[in-house]
Design a protein around this ligand. Structure first.
Ligand code: FMN
Length: 393
C-alpha cells in the first residue's frame, strides 16, 4: 500500500498571533520551514553554488566558545549603543531582504512595523516588493535605504532623491552582487519569481537594456560586468547625496581601508548571506582582520548567519558595532507577520542580554575578544531540529 505523503502546493498564510512552541529566535527558522512552499524556501534559504559559504557562516559562529565570568556588578547593564552618528537602544538591525511579498502579502511594510515597535533600524532593499515610501511610512525613525546602483544614473539619482525625501537616514550601497549566479538549490527546486514580486521601487524607470556582448566575447566580462560599479561610481555617489553612505559586502581588509579612506561612513562585513562567491570566507571569520585594518573609529556592521543573541555577542566581541538579521527576518515574517518579526527581535535582544550577563558584561563596550576562546567540536545528540537543520544551512 502506498504511504501517505503530502506536498505543500502553497505556503501557509502568516498567523496573526505568535504560535506556541517558539522558545528562541531560531525557532522561527524551524517553524517557517513547514509553512513556506518548497521552491520559495529553497530560494530564500539557499546560498550560491554548493552552499559552501552559507555553511561557513554558521560554522564560524560555532567555532567560538564564550567564557562565563562571575561576581560582576551588572545591575546597571544595558545594550544601548552608538552606530555612526546615531544612538540606538540595541545593536540588532533588519538586513535588506528583497521580494518579501514571497512570504507575506504586506511584504516589507510588516517588517517595517516590527522595526518601529522594537526601535530597530530597518534597511529597506532597492528590490523590495513594497515601495520605499510605503516602507518609510510604516517604519520608525530608524530607517536606512539599501541601494543597488542602476544601469542608468538618472534611475540611481531618482532612488537617492526618493530615499532622502522619505526620511531615510543613510544609504547602504551593496557592492557584492554585481554578478550573482542563480542559486542551484532554487534552480533544482524549480523556483520562479512570481509576477507580483516585481520590485516596486524600479517601476518608474524603463529598464535599461544590458549591453549585448559582441559575438565571441565573454557573457561575464563584456556582458554582466560591463555595467558593474567601479571606484568612479562610488565617488559619483558620494558627491550626489547628503546622506552618509555605508558600503555592504566588504570581505577584504584592503578594500575596507580603501573604502574608509574614500569617504564611506561605515562598512558592512558581509558575503550576502552566502549568496555571492561560493567559497568566500564566512563574514565572522574575516571580521577581526577588518577591524584591525580600519581601526576602532570606523563603524563596522556584520551579517551572515546570525540566528541567536550569542551569535550577536560573538560578532560584537570580534569587532562589530551591530549586526543585521537577514533570513531570520523573512522566516518570522512568514510565520506571524509584523508580530513575528517583532517577537523574533525581542527574543534576540533578550538572548543577547542573557549572554552578556552570563559573560559578566554590563555594556556592549565590555564585550571583548577576551571573552571568546576556541570551541571544541561537539558531537551533536539526536535533536530533531538540529539534525534536520543540515539541509537548511
Ligand atoms: C532572500 C534574500 C534576499 C536578499 N536581498 C538582498 C538585497 O536586496 N540587498 C542586499 O544588499 N542584500 C540582500 N540579501 C542579503 C542580506 O541583506 C544579508 O546580507 C544576508 O541575508 C545575511 O545573512 P543571513 O540571512 O544568514 O542573516 C538578501 C538575502 C536573502 C536571503
Amino acid at each position: 500500500m502506498p504511504g501517505f505523503f503530502f506536498v505543500m502546493s502553497e505556503s501557509v498564510p502568516p498567523q496573526t498571533s505568535i504560535p506556541p512552541g517558539i522558545h528562541c529566535a531560531r525557532d522561527y527558522e524551524l517553524l517557517a520551514r513547514g509553512r513556506i512552499v518548497a521552491p520559495t524556501l529553497a530560494y530564500i534559504a539557499g546560498g550560491s553554488g554548493e552552499d559552501r559559504t552559507l555553511a561557513a557562516n554558521r560554522a564560524a559562529f560555532d567555532a567560538w566558545a564564550i567564557h562565563p565570568r562571575l561576581l560582576r556588578e551588572l545591575g546597571q547593564g544595558h545594550v544601548r549603543t552608538r552606530v555612526g552618528d546615531e544612538e540606538w537602544s540595541h545593536p540588532l538591525m533588519l538586513a535588506p531582504v528583497a521580494f518579501q511579498r514571497l512570504v507575506h502579502p504586506a511584504a516589507e511594510t510588516e517588517s517595517a512595523r516590527a522595526a518601529a515597535a522594537t526601535d530597530t533600524c530597518i534597511v529597506a532593499s532597492t528590490l523590495s516588493s513594497a515601495s520605499l515610501e510605503d516602507i518609510a511610512r510604516a517604519a520608525g525613525p530608524r530607517r536606512w535605504f539599501q541601494l543597488y546602483l542602476q544601469p542608468g544614473r538618472e534611475a540611481t539619482l531618482d532612488l537617492l532623491h526618493r530615499a532622502e525625501a522619505a526620511g531615510y537616514g543613510a544609504i547602504v550601497l551593496t557592492l557584492d552582487a554585481a554578478i550573482q549566479l542563480p542559486s542551484r538549490r532554487a534552480l533544482r527546486a524549480g523556483f520562479r519569481m512570481p509576477a507580483d514580486c516585481t520590485p516596486a521601487n524600479l517601476c518608474t524607470h524603463a529598464p535599461v537594456a544590458m549591453p549585448v556582448p559582441p559575438a565571441g566575447a565573454s557573457r561575464i566580462f563584456q556582458g554582466a560586468m560591463a555595467a558593474a560599479p567601479t571606484w568612479a561610481d562610488l565617488d559619483w555617489l558620494l558627491q550626489h547625496t547628503r546622506l552618509p553612505v555605508w558600503v555592504k559586502g566588504v570581505l577584504h581588509p584592503d578594500d575596507a581601508v580603501a573604502l574608509r579612506d574614500r569617504g564611506a561612513a561605515g562598512l558592512v562585513v558581509s558575503n550576502h548571506g552566502g549568496r555571492g562567491l561560493d567559497g568566500a570566507p564566512a563574514s565572522l571569520q574575516v571580521l577581526p582582520a577588518i577591524r584591525a585594518a580600519v581601526g576602532d573609529a570606523c563603524p563596522l556592521l556584520l551579517d551572515g548567519g546570525i540566528r541567536s543573541g550569542t551569535d550577536a555577542f560573538k560578532a560584537i566581541a570580534l569587532g562589530a558595532d551591530a549586526v543585521l538579521v537577514g533570513r531570520l527576518q523573512v522566516y518570522a515574517l512568514a510565520v506571524a507577520g509584523a508580530l513575528g518579526v517583532a517577537h523574533m527581535i525581542r527574543l534576540l535582544h533578550e538572548e543577547l542580554e542573557a549572554c552578556m550577563a552570563q559573560a559578566g558584561c554590563a555594556t556592549l563596550a565590555d564585550v571583548r575578544r577576551a571573552h571568546l576562546g576556541p570551541a571544541l567540536p561537539v558531537t551533536r545528540h539526536a535533536r530533531t531540529d538540529e539534525d534536520t537543520d543540515a539541509d537548511l544551512d
